[in-house]
Design a protein. Structure first.
Length: 373
C-alpha cells in the first residue's frame, strides 16, 4: 500500500534498545518536557520516529458495546509513541500493512483535518449532543501532540460549541490544556481519566517506556483536581503478579491526589499483542512468566483473549471475581465513583451547533478501514 512520504520528527534512544528494540524507546530530540524520567546518557543506536500527516474521511467513531460507557469517540492519531508492551491497539497497524511491534511505535499517522471533520459532524442537521471520548484507542497526548496540537484543536472546537467531552491519557501533556478544560469543567462539560498501571517506577520504565512516570501522573491528577476539573484514575491493564498487587495502593494515591472516580481493565491480548507481550514478559520477568500466562488464561476461559461482551474488560472466573472484589472494596472505602457516573454528570443541554465548514478532501492513499480506529 502506498502512503505519503514519512516526515522524521525525532531520534530515539534508550537502555536496552539494541536488544529489545520493540519496547525500550525514549525520545531525545523533542522539546524538553517534565515527564518524570531522569535523562539517560547511555549510548544507543538512533531510531527515527516518523509521522505521516493524513486527511481522514471521518473522525468520530461510534460503538454500541455494553462494556463501554460512551458511544462516540475520537482518535487523533494512529500508532503511539509510548511503546506500551500490552497495548491492545497494536493490531490496527496491520490495516496499513505495517507491523504491530516497532512500526506501531515509530510509524505514526496524524489526522491533521480532525477539527474540520468534527465541525462538520457537529453541524449535521438533527445532531443531538452526547459526550465524546477522546484518546480511546491511542493516546491523544502522546509526544507528537506537543508539536501538532491536533487534540488541542479538537478541544478548542468542543469548548467553543459547549459540547461535553471525556479524555483519557497517561501523559502529563494534558496539563497544557488546563485553560480549556477548566473553562469547560465550570459548565460541567468535561472530565479526565488518568491511566496508572503501577506505582513501581522501574516496572513502568520497562512496561511503558516512553509514557509519563507514575509519580508524574499523580501530580497531573492533582493539577487537574486543583483546577476544578473532575478527574478519575484507570488501572489498566491489571496484569496478574505484575501490576495486580498495586490495585489498592494506586487507588489510595489517586484519591489523595484528588481523583473522584476509578475503573480498571484486566489485561487483554488480542491477535498480535499476545506474542509481543509474552516476549516482553520473558525478557523482564522470566521467573513468573508462566504463572502470569496461566492466570490470564484462567480469566479468559482458557484463552489469551476473550472478545465477548461483559467479560472482555474484566475477565471471568474465580480470579477475575477476586480482582473485582478487591477493587470494589478499596474504591468504596475511598468514596470513588465510576466513569459512567462521571459521564452521566456532563451537561449535554448547552451545545451550540457550529457553523458548517467544508473539510479538505481525503487523500486516496488513506485506507478507509482505519476510520474504525
Amino acid at each position: 500500500m502506498k502512503t505519503e512520504p514519512l516526515r522524521p520528527i525525532a531520534v530515539l534512544k534508550g537502555r536496552g534498545i539494541a536488544s529489545n528494540v520493540e519496547h525500550r524507546l525514549q525520545k531525545t530530540t523533542h522539546e524538553a518536557v517534565d515527564d518524570g524520567w531522569a535523562a539517560d546518557d547511555e549510548p544507543a543506536p538512533a531510531i527515527q520516529t516518523q509521522v505521516t500527516e493524513i486527511q481522514a474521511k471521518s473522525i468520530v467513531s461510534s460503538n454500541k458495546s455494553p462494556d463501554i460507557p460512551f458511544s462516540l469517540s475520537i482518535n487523533p492519531y494512529l500508532g503511539c509513541e509510548h511503546g506500551c508492551a500490552y497495548c491492545y491497539a497494536r493490531p490496527t497497524h496491520a490495516y496499513l500493512e505495517l507491523s504491530p511491534g516497532l512500526d506501531f511505535e515509530t510509524r505514526l499517522f496524524a489526522k491533521t483535518n480532525a477539527a474540520g471533520l468534527l465541525r462538520t459532524f457537529l453541524s449535521r442537521p438533527g445532531y443531538v449532543a452526547e459526550p465524546i471520548a477522546v484518546g480511546v484507542n491511542t493516546d491523544a497526548y502522546q509526544p507528537i501532540e506537543r508539536e501538532l496540537k491536533i487534540t488541542r484543536q479538537i478541544l478548542e472546537l468542543l469548548c467553543e460549541t459547549r459540547h461535553p467531552v471525556s479524555l483519557i491519557t497517561k501523559s502529563s501533556l494534558i496539563e497544557r490544556d488546563i485553560d480549556l478544560l477548566k473553562a469547560m469543567a465550570e459548565r460541567r462539560l468535561c472530565n479526565v481519566v488518568i491511566t496508572i498501571t503501577t506505582l513501581d517506577a522501574d516496572m513502568a520504565c520497562k512496561l511503558e517506556p516512553r509514557a509519563t512516570t507514575p509519580l508524574r501522573r499523580l501530580r497531573t491528577v492533582k493539577a487537574l483536581a486543583d483546577a476544578g476539573i473532575p478527574v478519575g484514575v484507570n488501572i489498566a491493564p491489571v496484569i496478574p503478579f505484575i501490576t495486580e498487587p498495586d490495585i489498592e495502593r494506586i487507588l489510595k494515591a489517586a484519591h489523595e491526589a484528588g481523583a473522584v472516580s476509578a475503573g480498571y481493565i484486566v489485561l487483554r491480548l488480542p491477535n498480535e499483542v499476545s506474542p509481543i507481550f509474552q516476549e516482553w514478559l520473558e525478557a523482564h520477568y522470566p521467573d513468573r512468566a508462566r504463572r502470569v500466562m496461566n492466570r490470564i488464561q484462567e480469566m479468559r476461559a482458557g484463552r489469551e483473549n476473550d472478545p465477548g461482551f461483559h467479560s472482555r474488560m474484566t475477565g471471568s472466573g474465580v480470579w477475575a471475581q477476586l480482582i473485582r472484589q478487591r477493587f470494589d472494596i478499596a474504591a468504596n472505602r475511598l468514596g470513588l465513583t465510576t466513569r459512567a457516573r462521571d459521564l452521566a454528570a456532563l451537561d449535554c443541554t448547552l451545545f451550540e451547533k457550529p457553523e458548517r465548514e467544508r473539510p479538505a478532501p481525503a487523500t486516496p492513499q488513506f485506507n478507509p478501514q482505519l476510520n474504525l480506529f
